[in-house]
Ligand binder design. Structure first.
Ligand code: PMV
Length: 308
């Protein structure tokens, strides 16, 4: 018997960093990448196979401590012993690039365990279990990654408020591109915090851009949104969370016809997103990014009514 659990990645369209200070952020699922976890029977202590760890859960490294706790908590919830399982984690989400890989691993593992034991899993239970692991890693203080991946919808986040769904009428293409450099969200959040006084007006600017972006997403105004993305990148750069590669590649995207381009997620490495109206334009932008040093580019079709 096999238990299978899958989870996509996520993209922050607007509002990263500002969301930590009470402004709105807009995030969406990213189905071009995925984690797939498979739970199967294997006599003895629980073993894991994944790109970052292979071996017994009990003796696992600090890096997967969150996952260890998550598996134990999930089995406790399911009233099952912590043994006789092998969990294989396969991923096409590059880690530490702002695409939500750590939350997606947690979500897919919980889903695969519930599937293995043939138990129904509600969003609430999944959220509760996954937040344990996310809290240990502290990758994402706003909790935006896990919620976006679980809900699989365009969402607006605001500290202390219930998450809101946005009905998107965007119809173009997002080009998501990986600089190949590892970003460190925890570190960039801490740096913004350190200079908060100086950064206050930039947080306000980013918050205002998120506010303006919401009606543009609802109305499908690609041109308007592209413009806001450019402004957001510039504010994020002034905030100190961009770097040379992100600045260079967002500029390459604009020079090759993108309506807008910005870093996505914690920054200082990781990924950028660019927007185009047509597939032909998206391919030109994606190729230009690869030719200028990006490690990978995905072209993601934004379809009206894809999300409720
Ligand atoms: O790097 P990511 O994708 O985990 O995104 C971090 C987003 C921040 O706003 C910088 C932090 C947060 O908790 O929202």
């Amino acid at each position: 018997m096999l238990g299978i659990g899958k989870a996509p990645g996520k993209i922050i369209l607007m509002g990263e960093h500002a969301v930590v200070y009470g402004k709105k952020a807009i995030a969406m699922p990213f189905f071009s990448v995925q984690i797939r976890s498979t739970t199967s029977y294997e006599k003895g202590p629980i073993t894991i196979s994944s790109a970052c760890y292979d071996g017994e859960l009990e003796t696992s490294e600090v890096a997967i401590f969150g996952i260890k706790t998550l598996i134990e908590k999930t089995l406790e919830y399911l009233d099952q012993p912590i043994q006789n399982l092998h969990i294989k984690i396969e991923s096409t989400i590059p880690p530490q690039r702002g695409l939500g890989s750590s939350a997606a691993v947690s979500i897919s593992v919980v889903r695969s365990l519930f599937d293995y034991f043939d138990e129904e899993l509600s969003h609430d239970t999944l959220t509760e279990l996954v937040f344990h692991a996310e809290n240990i890693h502290h990758h994402n203080p706003s909790g935006l990654d896990a919620t976006t991946i679980i809900e699989e919808n365009f969402l607006i986040f605001e500290k202390g408020k219930k998450v809101k769904k946005v009905t998107s009428k965007l119809k173009g293409y997002l080009i998501v591109s990986d600089t190949g450099e590892i970003g460190n969200t925890k570190e960039s959040v801490a740096n913004v915090q350190k200079n908060l006084k100086k950064n206050k007006h930039l947080i306000d600017v980013l918050g205002a851009l998120s506010e303006k972006a919401i009606p543009m997403i609802e109305e499908g105004d690609n041109q308007g949104l592209g413009d806001l993305m450019n402004q957001a990148h510039s504010a994020l750069n002034s905030l100190g969370v961009s770097n040379q590669s992100l600045n260079a590649l967002t500029e390459v995207a604009r020079l090759h016809g993108a309506l807008g381009a910005k870093l996505t997620g914690g920054g200082n490495g990781g990924c950028l997103v660019a927007l185009s109206n047509t597939l032909v334009e998206a391919k030109i932008i994606a190729d230009a990014l690869l030719n200028n040093g990006a490690q990978h580019s995905w072209i993601y079709h934004l379809k009206e009514d894809e999300y409720e």
